[in-house]
Design a protein around this ligand. Structure first.
Ligand code: TYD
Length: 201
């Protein structure tokens, strides 16, 4: 029986993810990449995490509301919610797009869980990896672009209106661990990762 739950199965498309610390400029660069690809006539789909589907946006709202004054979420709950939103995005959008041969660009993906819940919140990476694999059916990006910026630069770029609980309720050391985690992932797998200096305006 064909397992339609395996998101990337028999895919013909190309899957690119953008990762980086908060304020690295991923969202702007994802949009520029999408526009450049679309201008060549390429079938291209841009998504962002967490969210991107009706169900995923609801999960995003729960995640954004969490903190000392909102709902309380344990670190493991965080990890499961991000991955629940991810599973939905794969099922509804990423999987179908890759199967029809599109270029899919995702503003954050599985590596965000490893960097934030793993390195940032210090959940063991070897416990998180199976959770991520379950959500994604093991679908890995063909290329991951890490937009690297020093933590102070990234946080300074975020306006108060844009500030989510990740900037507001996690300390500088948390963000330093996230950045160091990303750099270590990139160093460990240079065939997939490309590191870009994100300090330019
Ligand atoms: P968002 O406002 O989208 O931030 P950004 O524009 O920097 O992507 O908020 C998403 C936040 O969620 C961001 O701080 C990273 C965090 N995150 C995780 O902690 N784990 C995850 O798996 C994902 C996808 C995001």
């Amino acid at each position: 029986m064909a397992d339609v739950e395996v998101p990337g199965q028999a895919r013909r498309g190309w899957f690119v993810t953008l990762e980086g610390p908060d304020g690295s400029g991923k969202s702007a660069q994802s949009e520029r990449l999408r526009a450049a690809a679309a201008a060549t006539g390429q079938d291209v789909v841009l998504v962002r995490e967490p969210g991107g589907t009706a169900g995923g946006e609801r999960i995003r709202a729960i995640l954004n509301d969490a903190g000392p004054v909102g709902v309380r979420l344990a670190r493991r709950t965080d990890a499961l919610l991000f991955n629940a939103a991810r599973a939905q995005l794969l099922d509804e959008i990423i999987g179908p797009a890759l199967r029809r041969g599109a270029l899919v660009i995702s503003d954050r993906y599985a590596d965000s869980t490893l960097a934030y819940q793993g390195c940032g919140s210090e959940l063991p990476l070897d416990e998180l990896r199976p959770v991520v694999d379950f959500a994604t059916g093991g679908l890995l990006p063909d290329r991951t672009i890490l937009i690297d910026v020093p933590v102070v630069v990234g946080l300074a770029r975020k306006s108060a209106a844009e500030t989510t609980r990740w900037e507001a309720h996690f300390d500088r050391a948390f963000h330093e661990r996230v950045r160091a985690g990303y750099l270590s992932f990139a160093a460990a797998d240079p065939a997939r990762w490309v590191v870009v200096d994100g300090t330019a305006p």
